[in-house]
Structure formats: structure tokens, C-alpha cells
Design a protein around this ligand. Structure first.
Ligand code: PGA
Length: 253
């Protein structure tokens, strides 16, 4: 069966010392509060801190993810970081298609698909973000927007490849705004995503894929969200910058 995953997306926060302190705080909290076996914690710091975070992860109970990857294999692409580089640093996960990258850096469903391909080729697990903006929700288009993002970003994959993917539903109006989707709003989109996966890949594959919720998830609302049948964890932004909150969220199953 699918895993429970709580992934922390630090975004562009923390200087080196703050990052070091945060990872240490997470580690000491995890020594006190043992995570249930079926819960996986993933820490996604900015690129420059991946090595330090991986060193700590080897002695702790969390895995490490990057926040972005190039859609190209290698070569003259100044400033880009390839999936092969991440693979060689033993990074396990990578966030793809976050709404901030779609909104500020022009990422399209096609870029997302190319990045997913790069990651799978190099043995990393993509955490693929989908979600509607406020105007789309207000005009009732949330199901069709998410469907398009899932189909165009992922449906070129084989069933075997699809099993390596984690999907994160993040309604853009809930990210960093303090406005969380209600468990009912989140659950109906998660169920929709799972039904799309079932129609394309079969129910067994769909049942094995973790679908995370993201958008102002915090210790006070995580339990209610994670209790929904199709919500398998969270992609946590702001609250992942506080070790106590992040670990409390991971303990919310
Ligand atoms: P937030 O961000 O938890 O701060 O709303 C979530 C995300 O962007 O992944």
C-alpha cells in the first residue's frame, strides 16, 4: 500500500547556519518522537544545503529532496542543476512543477513532463505539484485544471514509471496565505486525481500512489486533512521551517 509522506519545502529560506540548525532541530525532535514506520519524512532544502542535509540524513530518519531540476540532460545550460548531479549526491526526491515555478519561471506542463523524465531516468522520485489558482476555483474549473496538469505532466509515463511518482495537490490560493482547503475540498480533488490514475493505469497502480496535500498545512489542521481517505500526507512550506511544527505534522497520522 501507499506510504504516508510529509515533505518540507523550505523554498528560498535560511542562510547556511540557519539551515544547519534547522536540520539539527529536526533530527533531535525525531529522536524524541519516533515516526510511525509507514510515515516517510522528506526534507527539501535549497541546492547549496543538499550535501549537508544528506550527511545528517544518513544518521536520522528522514530522506532528502531537491526543490527543482533541469529539464535537460547536461551541457551548456548555465545555472541549471541536472538530475544526474542529484543522483550522484544520492538525493531521493525532487519537487517538480511547484506553482511558484509555474507562475514566476514560466514552467509549463511540458516542462514538468520533461523534468519528470529526467528524474525517473536518474532514479529520483518526482513530487509533482498540481493545483488551481483562485480565479479557476471561483469559476468552478478546479477539476479540469488539475486533470490537465496530471494528464499533460504525467500520462506519457508507463505504469511502472508512474509508481515512482508522488503527486501533491496544492491549491494556489492556499499556499502561504493561511487559508487552508477544507478537508472536503481537498479530498474531492484527491479522489478525482486517483480516479484519473485508475482509469489510465488501473486501480492497483492508483492505490499505490501517494497524493499529498499542500497549502497552509500546519499542526492544527494536519490531523483532519490526513484523516481523509485519499490524502496520504502533506507538502509543507512555512511550517517546515520550524522543526517542532514539521515533526508535529508528520506525527499527525
Ligand atoms: P505553505 O506552502 O505550507 O507555506 O502554504 C506549501 C507549498 O508551497 O508547498
Amino acid at each position: 500500500m501507499r506510504k504516508h509522506i510529509v515533505a518540507g519545502n523550505w523554498k528560498m529560506n535560511c542562510n547556511f547556519n540557519e539551515a544547519d540548525e534547522l536540520v539539527n532541530d529536526i533530527m533531535s525532535r525525531l529522536e524524541e518522537d519516533q515516526l510511525p514506520r509507514e510515515t516517510l519524512m522528506v526534507v527539501c532544502p535549497p541546492f547549496p544545503y543538499l550535501e549537508m542535509t544528506t550527511d545528517y540524513a544518513n544518521d536520522s530518519y528522514f530522506m532528502v529532496g531537491a526543490q527543482n531540476v533541469s529539464d535537460r540532460e547536461k551541457g551548456a545550460y548555465t545555472g541549471e542543476v541536472s538530475a544526474e548531479m542529484l543522483e550522484s549526491m544520492e538525493i531521493d526526491y525532487c519537487i517538480v512543477g511547484h506553482s511558484e515555478r509555474r507562475a514566476y519561471y514560466g514552467e509549463t506542463d511540458q516542462t514538468v513532463a520533461a523534468k519528470v523524465d529526467q528524474l525517473l531516468k536518474h532514479g529520483l522520485k518526482p513530487i509533482v505539484c498540481v493545483g488551481e489558482v483562485l480565479e479557476e476555483r471561483e469559476s468552478g474549473k478546479q477539476f479540469e485544471v488539475v486533470q490537465r496538469q496530471v494528464e499533460q505532466g504525467l500520462f506519457h509515463l508507463t505504469a511502472e514509471q508512474m509508481r515512482e511518482v508522488v503527486i501533491a495537490y496544492e491549491p494556489v490560493w492556499a499556499i502561504g496565505t493561511g487559508k487552508t482547503a477544507t478537508p472536503e475540498q481537498a479530498q474531492e480533488i484527491h479522489a478525482h486525481i486517483r480516479s484519473l490514475l485508475a482509469a489510465k493505469y488501473g486501480q492497483n497502480v492508483a492505490d499505490d500512489i501517494s497524493i499529498l496535500y499542500g497549502g497552509s498545512c500546519k499542526p492544527s489542521n494536519a490531523k483532519e486533512l490526513f484523516a481523509c481517505p485519499d490524502i496520504d500526507g502533506g507538502l509543507i512550506g512555512g511550517a517546515s521551517l520550524k522543526a517542532d511544527d514539521f515533526v508535529a505534522i508528520a506525527m499527525s497520522f
